[in-house]
Design a protein around this ligand. Structure first.
Ligand code: UD1
Length: 339
């Protein structure tokens, strides 16, 4: 029988690409999304690509009654939990919203899962749990020192899941720690969209390439890196989505499990390297100006993806040029995102 997966936040950037992968791989899915940072249009785009429909529930993970009913009506095998707020800078301004959406939301979800006897979850964690670590190449056991409120909410949820596993070892839990997801579906039909002015590097560069912004501000060229600009481990959204399938396979094989897994490429790129790659992909010049550092930014962070390779047999396939050309295709086809 087909496995049924509840995907919370399944219309968001990572959620939409993962939902599509699940449908393509013969899973049945129910997407639960409150549309706070996603568009209903994404639902039909996913269906169009998968050539099949799926159940969608508009709602919030903090809505206990909604979850209770949903779990009563459906036999769910596993939850993939993306729903949450995700902007590190914004989290400093609105900490209560971040703790409420991310931590309280996850707690309600876990309590309702427990009541419904669903004890299998893949949680969307983030490399931001490493924060200002002493090393630039993070293994899963590297010290965790999140800087932003956002990173702290992710670490708190990881801790809650670990405490739960300790007291109830029949749970199956995988925390996926994403590095910097970028890119888009190779068709250009789904991709990254945000209601607000983008603050992340690639979404901002695409605005410059489209002529919507005059120039990119490079936040500092005095970092302790090869060219002075910040270096990050950018990962193609398709590789990331595929990582969830491999994690799901692992959960199916194990009787009980609680693991943290980095999803990154193991290579980091500087801001200048990203600009060059985007210029190659788009054929456009990206004007930029060097300004001061952005608060909370670190020199360099990169995944050590060895554990993912050994444990779930997953490795990233795509390079920075492919990430940039897929983003550019999506943006040319959808200059205003889904609107
Ligand atoms: C950010 C979040 C991180 C989140 C990730 C998702 C922060 C501090 N961290 O990571 O929690 O998981 O997005 O992708 O916000 N840069 C510029 N000019 C810009 C924008 C960025 O020079 O206009 C530089 C930054 O200084 C950094 C690099 O580009 O060196 C990447 O920045 P960004 O895309 O915002 O990602 P992170 O900050 O690494």
């Amino acid at each position: 029988m087909k496995k049924k997966i509840l995907v919370t936040g399944g219309l968001g950037f990572i959620g939409s690409h993962t939902s599509l992968k699940l449908l393509e791989n013969n899973y049945e899915i129910i997407v639960l999304d409150n549309l706070s940072n996603s568009e209903i249009e994404v639902r039909s785009r996913i269906s169009q690509l998968a050539k099949k429909d799926f159940d969608f529930v508009e709602g919030d993970i903090r809505d206990r009654n909604l979850l209770n009913n949903l779990f009563k009506k459906n036999k769910i095998d596993c939850v993939i939990h993306f729903a949450g707020l995700k902007a590190a800078g914004e989290s400093e301004k609105y900490p209560l919203d971040y703790y409420d959406n991310n931590v309280v939301g996850s707690l309600v979800l876990l309590q309702e899962m427990k009541l419904a006897n669903i004890k299998s979850i893949i949680f969307s964690s983030s490399a931001s749990v490493y924060g200002n670590s002493p090393t630039t190449k993070c293994k899963e056991e590297t010290q965790l020192k999140p800087i932003s409120v956002y990173g702290k909410t992710k670490l708190t949820i990881e801790d809650i899941l670990k405490n739960l596993y300790k007291s109830e070892p029949e749970w199956k839990i995988i925390n996926l720690r994403y590095f910097n997801p970028i890119g888009a579906h190779f068709t250009g039909i789904i991709g990254e969209d945000s209601r607000d002015t983008p603050t992340n590097l690639i979404p901002f560069i695409t605005e410059v390439a489209l002529g919507k912004k005059d120039q990119l501000l490079v936040f500092g060229d005095d970092y302790n890196t090869s060219d002075g600009t910040g270096k990050r481990d950018y990962i193609h959204i398709d590789d990331l989505a595929r990582g969830h399938l491999f994690a799901l396979e692992k959960l199916k094989q194990e009787i009980n499990i609680c693991a943290d897994i980095n999803l990154g490429t193991g290579k980091s790129h500087s801001v200048f390297e990203v600009i060059k790659a985007f210029e190659r992909a788009s054929g456009k010049k990206i004007p930029y100006k060097i300004t001061g550092r952005r608060e909370g930014d670190i020199d360099e962070i990169c995944a050590d993806p060895t554990f993912a390779s050994n444990f779930i047999n997953w490795e990233a396939k795509y390079d920075l040029d492919k990430m940039c050309s897929d983003v550019w295709k999506w943006k040319k086809m959808n200059p205003n995102g889904y609107r």
